[in-house]
Design a protein around this ligand. Structure first.
Ligand SMILES: Cc1cc2nc3c(=O)[nH]c(=O)nc-3n(C[C@H](O)[C@H](O)[C@H](O)COP(=O)(O)O)c2cc1C
Length: 389
């Protein structure tokens, strides 16, 4: 069973992740993880913290001489801003003024501040926001990077690209090829269409000019996935449901679709369903369309997995929104923490990480293996079975 936990506050000393259940013998070096952490920090529309952070992982356990041991992999990513927060986020009790504690009593609409303060019975929403912050996704990206390294060993690759920012985006239903999506790597918003990307940047600049924020959408694509991951047997084994939960667990993601899921509601059956063909030479079943996004009946069907995620505009705006003080109940404009205009490019990288984690879990559910060699042999035997089918 593959499982992971993350810990750490946004302005605490560090973020921590523990990943358990990967086989022994997987080649893994820090660069595999740092590369993904860097990708998460990239993207037009992000603010000052990205310059402070320069995230680097420290692997604390589970790896020896560049190979996994099969024991829990624990990782730490230091918060470079910690020296400025040592007092406000001190572990030990110390005497501080409210200002020194950086108390936040004016909950920001769209954040965890108000529901968290009510739930945990506190009047300083910092106790909540420090953990609710999407800084936590740094640890998830580290876990996802390890899972990507695992998937690469079995020829499964994952990429993402930005589909829209605010009202500017690719026409609904546009499907870019794997190669087009990969070619977008390194562009300001990782959008697979340079003209559309220009309009997206203008959209971000407009939002910045009017002291506002914008949302958007992105697509994650996984290729090389064999048919039969996930199961039709139970609700919690259906891969589309597992992916939906994983993607919607990312801060600010409000909707998810698999394949042309959104368009499916208005399509006729004959338009929507992907007809089945057989390629004699390759000895495999094929499709000419992929409206299902690679998943039918809760199981992968051997086509590319294509997922879309819809991201709300960031909740913290330079232009503060109306709120009410937790203690005095007086009306105020909500307090503004450091914020980005949009984090859409970063959200895509987190989406890739969550997809990698769920696919690794589903892969190991099916093929098991305590060592990478054993996992590989089981996988190869199954591919052989498919060729004989
Ligand atoms: C990579 C990433 C970066 C984010 N950065 C910010 C930010 O700078 N400002 C902000 O208000 N929200 C940011 N968010 C979104 C908030 O963390 C999120 O909206 C908030 O925690 C409430 O959770 P919810 O939107 O899932 O309900 C970011 C989200 C992601 C995925």
């Amino acid at each position: 069973m593959l499982r992971f936990l993350t810990a750490g506050e946004s302005h605490g000393p560090a973020l921590i992740a523990v990943l358990d259940g990967l086989p022994a013998g997987l080649p893994l070096v820090r660069d595999d993880i740092d590369r993904e952490l860097k990708r998460r920090q990239h993207g037009y529309g992000r603010g000052g913290r990205m310059k402070i952070e320069q995230d680097r992982v420290e692997i604390l356990s589970g790896v020896r001489h560049g190979r996994t041991l099969g024991s829990p992999i624990s990782m730490m990513i230091a918060n470079r801003d910690w020296p400025n927060w040592q007092q406000a986020m001190a572990i030990d009790p110390i005497e501080l003024t409210d200002a020194e504690k950086k108390r936040l009593t004016r909950p920001r609409p769209g954040h965890a501040d108000l529901p968290g303060a009510l739930k945990y019975d506190v009047d300083d929403a910092r106790d909540i926001l420090e953990r609710a912050s999407a800084r936590e996704t740094t640890a998830r990206v580290a876990v996802g990077a390890v899972c990507k390294a695992f998937l690469a060993q079995i020829d499964i690759a994952i990429a993402s690209h930005t589909l829209s920012v605010g009202a500017s985006g690719l026409p609904p239903g546009t499907e870019k090829t794997w190669e087009e999506i990969r070619a977008a790597e390194g562009s300001p918003l990782r959008c697979a269409d340079p003209d559309v990307e220009k309009r997206m940047i203008e959209e971000i600049n407009r939002a910045m000019g009017s002291r506002d924020s914008v949302g958007g959408s992105f697509q994650v694509v996984a290729r090389g996935v064999p048919p039969g991951l996930g199961s039709h047997r139970h609700w919690d084994m259906r891969l589309n449901a597992r992916l939906a939960a994983a993607i919607c667990s990312i801060q600010s993601i409000k909707a998810f679709s698999c394949g042309s899921g959104v368009e499916s509601a208005a399509a006729s059956g004959s338009e929507f369903h992907d007809e089945i063909f057989y390629d004699q030479a390759a000895r495999r079943f094929t499709r000419r369309t992929n409206h299902a996004g690679g998943i039918e009946g809760g199981m992968t069907n051997g086509e590319e997995i294509r997922l879309r995620a819809y991201v709300k505009p960031l909740s913290t705006l330079p232009k503060a929104l109306h709120s009410v003080d937790l203690k005095s109940k007086e009306a105020f404009d909500a307090q503004v923490e450091r914020t980005d205009v949009t984090a859409i490019a970063a959200a895509g990288v987190v989406g890739e990480a969550m997809t990698a984690i769920v696919l690794s879990e589903a892969f190991l559910d099916k093929f098991g293996g305590d060592s990478l060699g054993e996992t590989r042999r089981n996988h190869q035997a199954y591919l052989e079975q498919l060729r004989r089918y």
